[in-house]
Write a new protein. Structure first.
Length: 325
């Protein structure tokens, strides 16, 4: 008689990664591997990505490349080369709004991995750092990554999204095809929960004083990323400086856009595009989203409050009735 009941259950595990956390929720059936096996596999993937791409550890492959002199090449795993290609494509399509070579500017402004200066650098220091940025100094030759100038890479705008995609792909190879995967805030979901309800995630309102759900999204086969300037910033002489830098000026963004959420089948794309649109700002960002057919939700500051605007592709995926009261 016990066999007549449902054999499905919702299970969960989580842990630290990339200076933050990851979590996996999935639907277990009789054929699903044991949780310990799944967690070990996920954490192995995250450890591999950390060794390859972290800017928080001196022994990562990326930091080894960053220390290498101008005019040098280093063999790199396909994962690193793949992210460089993604960054290069988006760099060209946005005329430089996304740039993976921003590390010198991030460090100058105090937003790098080694701590915060919380000081506004002078124009000369910014100009000197900008001379060491730019995708034109970066090239792939076979299995090698090369640089013609003393540039330094930072993958923080897309590594977490890439990790989510890798985690999701691995789960599916183990026969797990109903899940909600998250790493450092980037998410991807597929299938439905045991009660047949959708995986629903809350998009936060861009407030630094409290957490408030602005919109609820039902996901199936989609990744989600939100970029904003409402938590990581500093203030000097009454002015707010966001951690999101505009590569075209070498300075923090200064427009009214407070946050952007992007929904995309590839979480790595959602991750990178949310940063790209955040840099472009409300008008240029919406024009880019409409041109590329992106599902994006823009939230602007308006006086003491916020006003949201969705791209046509976003509204098509998530009708207005899914707004929270």
């Amino acid at each position: 008689m016990a066999g007549c009941g449902s054999s499905e259950s919702l299970e969960h595990f989580a842990g630290p990664t990339m200076g933050s956390t990851y979590s996996v929720k999935y639907v277990r059936s009789r054929a699903t591997p044991e949780q310990a096996y799944l967690q070990e596999g996920i954490e192995s993937i995250l450890a591999e990505i950390d060794v390859q791409m972290s800017t928080y550890r001196d022994d990562s492959l990326l930091e080894g490349f960053n220390r290498a002199p101008a005019g040098s090449c280093q063999p790199m795993p396909e994962a690193v080369l793949e992210l460089v290609r993604v960054g290069e494509t988006l760099n060209r399509s946005s005329e430089g709004a996304l740039d993976l070579t921003l590390d010198p500017l991030l460090k100058l402004w105090g937003f790098g991995p080694r701590g915060r200066n919380e000081q506004v650098p002078d124009a000369q220091a910014i100009a000197e750092a900008r001379e060491r940025t730019g995708h034109q100094f970066l090239s792939i030759e076979g299995e090698q990554l090369c640089k013609s100038a003393d540039i330094q890479l930072d993958f923080n705008s897309l590594a977490a999204g890439y990790a989510v995609d890798r985690m999701a792909d691995w789960l599916e190879k183990q026969g797990v095809n109903r899940y909600l995967v998250e790493a450092t805030g980037e998410l991807k979901a597929r299938g439905r929960k045991p009660d047949s309800s959708a995986w629903r995630i809350a998009v936060e309102a861009p407030r630094d004083d409290q957490r408030v759900a602005q919109r609820i999204l039902a996901l199936d086969g989609l990744g989600v990323s939100t970029s904003g300037d409402y938590r990581n910033y500093f203030e000097q002489d009454g002015q707010r400086y966001s951690h999101t830098l505009d590569p075209r000026s070498g300075r923090p963004i200064s427009h009214t856009l407070a946050a952007v959420t992007v929904v995309h089948p590839q979480t790595v794309q959602a991750d990178a595009l949310s940063t790209l649109l955040m840099v472009l700002g409300p008008e240029q960002g919406m024009a880019y989203a409409e041109r590329e057919g992106l599902a994006a939700l823009f939230v602007q500051r308006r006086g003491e409050g916020f006003v949201s605007q969705a791209s046509p592709a976003f509204d098509a995926l998530f009708p207005a009735q899914e707004e929270t009261p």
